[in-house]
Design a binder for this molecule. Sequence first.
Ligand SMILES: Nc1nc2c(c(=O)[nH]1)N[C@H]1C(S)=C(S)[C@@H](COP(=O)(O)O)O[C@H]1N2
Ligand SMILES: [Mo]
Length: 524
Amino acid sequence: MEAMTNVVPSQKRFRWWAWAALAGVVSAGVFLAAAELAALLVARDGSPILAVGSFVIDIVPQPVKEFAIATFGELDKVALLAGLGLAVLVASAVAGVLQLVRPPLGSVALGVAGALSVAAIVTRAAATPLAFVPPVVGTAAGIVALTLLVRRLRRWRDGAQGADAAAAGLGRRGFLRFAGVAAASALLVGVGSRIVAAAGSSIAAIRDAVKLPAPRTTVAIPEGAELDIPGLSPLYTPNADFYRVDTALTVPEIDPASWRLTIDGMVDRPAELTFDDLVGMGLDEYSVTLTCVSNEVGGELLGTARWLGIPVREVLRRAGPQAGADMVLSRSVDGFTASTPLASLTDDGLDAILAVGMNGEPLPLEHGFPVRMVVPGLYGYVSATKWLTALRVTTFAADEGYWTPRGYSATAPIKLSSRIDTPRLDRAIPAGPTKIAGVAWAQPVGVERVEVQLDDGEWRAARLSTPINGATWVQWVVDWDATPGTHYVAVRATDRDGRLQAEERAPIAPDGSTGWQRTLLRVR
Ligand SMILES: Nc1nc2c(c(=O)[nH]1)N[C@H]1C(S)=C(S)[C@@H](COP(=O)(O)O)O[C@H]1N2
Ligand SMILES: [Mo]
C-alpha cells in the first residue's frame, strides 16, 4: 500500500484532502461533544446545537419557514436540525482541508464557529450567566483535536512523499488511531451527555406531582354536544393529539415553585405573582377552541380543550392598567411575545384566561406548563403565549409581538371556517347511506349554520351538535345516499352575526386563510 502511494505523489493530492476533511469532521465532533459535556456540567442552556438551532429559527426568512412547515409539518424542527447538521459536516470538512493546506486557517475557522455559537447562546432571552462556557470549551477541544490530527496526517503524507515507507507507516497508523479514538469518544461523550441531560430533567416529575385545587365550576356538556360519528373529530381533542406550534427547539422547563408572573408597563401598581398566588385566585373551567393562523383551509392546526384558569382581567386589575394603553405584550420565558388588544383581555363578555390546566390535567409541558394564555377568538400567535412569564401593559404604537416584524398582522381575530373530517378523500367509500361530517368554528360569537353542497346541487343545511359556547367549535353532519362515481363536496359556515364564511381563497399570511373547503369523494 505505502509503496503505491509513492508512485505519483502529485496525483494523490485529493486523497490527502479527503483524509484532512475527515480530520475536520472528527474535530467538529470533538467540539460538539465537549460542549455538550460542559453544558451538562455547568450550563444546560449553553448547548451550541440547540442555541444555534434556535437562533436560526428566529432569523430564517418567512417564506423558508412556511416552506419548512408546509413540507415537513410538525417535523419542521427535525428538518432544521438535519439541515444544520449537513451544513456543519460540509463546513468542518472544509476546515480540515484548510488546516492541511493553509495552516492554521482550519483552527481559525473553528474559532469563528465557536465565536458565532457564543453569540447565538448569550443573546438568547433566557441565557444564564455561565452559558458561554460550553461553546468555549468545545472550541478549545476542537482546535486541539484538529491540530493534533492534521500534524499526524502531515507526518504520514511527508513520509509517503519522501518515499520513506517506515515513516509513512508510522504516520498513517498514528493518524488513523488518533482519528478513531477521537471519533469514538466524541460519539460516546456527546450522545451520552445528551441522554443524561434529557433523562436528568426532573420537570416531568414535578408536573406529575402538581395538585391543582378543584375548580369552582366545570364546563357543562349538554345533551347532543357530541355527535358520535366514526372519523369525526371528538368534541374535546385529547392532549396527546392536540396540535403544537411554537418556536421552541427544546420545551422550556419551568418549576412552578420558582415561576413568577410580572405585570408592568402602563400600570398603577406593578405586580408580581407566584404560582400559588395565581391558583389561589380560584380556578374555573373554560371551553375554548384554539386555532393557528397557519391553518390552511381544511387543515389540522386547531383543537379544543377544557382549560382550567383565571380570567386575565382579574390579574390585570391587581396592577391597574392606565388610560391610553391598548395592548398587552405577553412574554414567554424563551423570549416569544404576543401582542393582544387590551380590550380582548378586559372585556367582561370574553373569557380570556391564564390557563394552568388542560382537559383535567396540569398543562402538558409542550402546551405551556405551568401557565399559558388562552383568548377566545384570537389566533394563537397574538394571544396564546405558552410558558408565560410577563404581561406588559403597553400600546401597539410602542411595542410589537414576535410575528409582527415577520410578515403577520399585529392583530388577528380568528376567521370563521369549517372543515370536512369524513369521508376522507384518500379512500373510496361504498355506495349507500353515508354521513358527511366535520367541525365549524366562529370564535367568539359561535356558529349559526353549516351548509353542504354536493356536486352542483342546492346547499343543504347540516345538523349541528348542541353548542357548548361561542368559543368552542361545533360538529356538523349531513346524511347522503352515495351513488357510485366521483363527487364534489363543499362546506361553508355562517356565524351568529349572520356573516357567511368567505368563499375567496386567501393565504395564511398576514392574518389567516379563507375559502370554502371543496373535496373530491370517490364512491365504489
Ligand atoms: N412561548 C410560545 N408560545 C406560543 C407560541 C410560541 O412560539 N412560543 N406559538 C403560538 C402559536 S403560533 C400558536 S398557534 C399556539 C399553539 O398552541 P399549542 O402548541 O398549545 O397548540 O401557541 C402560541 N403560543
Ligand atoms: Mo399559530
